[in-house]
Design a protein around this ligand. Structure first.
Ligand code: ZN
Length: 555
């Protein structure tokens, strides 16, 4: 009896497998790609230089359709951080989309010293690529220096190239790195006297019709208008006084105060490039993103497309006016309106609940150190000139030459290894000696050597962050960490780059298809984003991903 039951079970199994193999093969394959469980479109939004506290500081002034819609309908990861140094734009965008850190994806800075060619290289620069849409070299770009895939690449592989990817940002690197190697297109804004969206031969030989039409329209020009506050400036109680000594401002205007006549100021501020440092740069980005959704039919079938949009104007405004400025507040209130516009557009074109959005940043920013020190908070500026003079004297006295150091950039010292050999010295000894010397300098708080980074595993603290940002092939021989709130920058405006909370703590919001409603104070890190989206889509994680999928945000 038992044997008969077993036989029936086995026969049944064979017959059901047989049925699948012969009659429904094609149907199964299409249904895998055209699953109703997946969003039709994933929209990744990176807000350049957005600190976490901008979400809370300006919350009462935001409307219901932008940031607050994401919070009210979606999932808010309130303790989300970068887990590496340096916190710059290139590494930030690469890490969000590859799910790993510079140690693995290789984007160790915006620019870095290339040990092989003995010169500086740009993270998205590619001499082999040709500009598309301009005669200028601004289009000679590609993601070739990024050594791993993004989740958008994995989606392209999974869907056999049927799911589209488009990257859009004012900054080339903000469009190129997220979109990945296999993107259909990446577009960025070329200002100067052209004011148009361009691309590179990595993606196409000429701009599509809809981009040409957009460029031929008066879109960009229409934003060369007066920039005044969206609401009465007296209601902007969440930022400092408009006139102060901590802001840069535009050339041709004495004070960094509202209003700004952008048309008049554009002449002294690189033409259309002035838009990048105003909220209108973000509005223009949203306009272009919506034009892309329409023309490319993104999210119009069940095969998931990916749109990577980066709002870069926030970074230029932050660098110019600083974290506490009225200009930053106004830029975020206006970005909130642009997000509302974008989400409403997605509701109509793709359908409510049919798309998934995440929003994060590529790094945070420090409060202007001169402002902090005016409030007695320990803060200030690193004196690179003095440091360099003392350091060169040390090198001469110790090694008889300062040419043993090839380059100092991004708080790293690169040694001339041939010179080290020539002098009969051991590399790790020279690294140690230089590290000890640097540690004695004013405002240098910590120093590590490349040998230590490559031979010791760190699992916490600043050492862990430095190691996640350290790429053995590309990074330097000695790594410096400055005192907290001490930066190498002008006395006005904000910058970023450190492993401290002001640079690492950034928003992470998810909303739309497949996302739960909720919030958490549990720590999440930037590399968790890409595996989370991969898990949501049921596709492979990016090939170098080190983050973990945030299961608690997925419905
Ligand atoms: Zn920046």
């Amino acid at each position: 009896m038992k044997n008969i039951v077993s036989l029936i079970v086995v026969l049944f199994m064979f017959s059901s497998c047989g049925a699948q193999n012969t009659t429904t093969d094609t149907k199964i394959e299409t249904s895998v790609l055209e699953s109703n469980d997946r969003p039709k479109l994933v929209v990744g939004i990176v807000v350049d230089q957005m600190r976490y506290d901008y979400l809370t500081r300006f919350e009462s002034k935001f409307g219901d359709g932008g940031f607050n819609r994401m919070i009210n309908e979606g999932f808010n990861c309130k303790n989300n951080h970068f887990n590496y140094v340096p916190t710059y734009t290139g590494p930030g965008h690469a890490s969000v989309y590859t799910g790993t850190t510079p140690k693995i994806h290789g984007i160790i800075g915006n620019n870095w010293y290339d040990k092989e060619t003995k010169g500086m290289v740009y993270c998205a620069g590619d001499d082999d690529a040709q500009s598309v849409g301009t005669e200028d070299k601004a289009g000679k770009m590609s993601p070739h220096r990024m050594q791993t895939t993004t989740f958008a690449d994995e989606n392209r592989l999974f869907t056999q190239g049927q799911g589209k990817t488009i990257g859009i940002s004012l900054k080339d690197r903000g469009a190129i790195l997220p979109a990945g190697h296999t993107a259909n297109a990446a577009y960025w804004f070329h200002g100067r006297d052209e004011g148009r969206w361009i691309s590179s031969s990595h993606y196409m030989t000429e701009l599509p019709e809809w981009v040409l039409n957009f460029n031929a329209s008066t879109h960009a020009e229409s934003y060369l208008k007066e920039w005044n506050t969206l609401y009465d400036i007296s209601t902007y109680t969440e930022s400092g006084v408009d006139e102060n000594t901590f802001e840069g401002g535009f050339k041709g205007k004495e004070k960094a105060t509202f209003p700004y006549d952008l048309k008049a100021l554009s002449k002294d501020n690189r033409g259309y490039d002035i838009l990048k440092a105003t909220p209108y740069g973000n509005s223009l980005t949203a306009d272009f993103a919506m034009a892309a959704i329409e023309a490319e039919g993104l999210g119009q079938d069940q095969i998931t497309d990916v749109l990577a949009v980066s709002f870069s104007a926030t970074d230029y405004v932050g660098h110019n006016f600083g974290v506490n400025s009225k200009e930053v507040q106004d830029t975020y209130l206006r970005l909130d309106k642009d997000l509302e516009r974008l989400f409403e557009y997605l509701d109509t074109t793709v359908g409510k609940g049919e798309y998934t959005v995440f929003l994060t940043a590529d790094h945070g920013a420090i409060d202007v150190p001169s402002y902090l020190s005016s409030l007695k908070v320990p803060a200030g500026y690193v004196n690179n000139k003095d440091r360099k003079a003392i350091f060169n004297a040390f090198l001469e006295a110790t090694y008889g030459t300062d040419s043993i150091v090839e380059n100092i950039s991004n708080d790293q010292i690169f040694l001339d290894r041939n010179k080290v050999k020539e002098l009969g010295l051991k590399l790790s000894d020279v690294q140690d000696a230089i590290a000890m010397e640097q540690l004695s300098y004013l405002n240098v708080s910590k120093v590590y050597t490349g040998t230590t980074m490559g031979s010791t595993g760190f699992y916490g603290g600043i050492e862990d962050l430095l190691q996640n940002g350290f790429n053995q092939k590309r990074s330097g021989d000695v790594i410096l960490v400055n005192d907290t709130s001490f930066i190498s920058y002008g006395k006005t405006g904000s910058t970023h780059g450190s492993g401290l909370n002001y640079d690492t703590h950034v928003p992470l919001l998810f909303f739309g298809k497949g996302i739960k409603h909720g919030e958490t104070f549990n720590k999440t890190v930037i590399p968790d984003i890409a595996p989370t989206i991969s898990a949501l889509l049921g596709i492979s994680f990016p090939n170098g991903a080190t983050g973990q999928p945030l299961g608690f945000v997925i419905d």
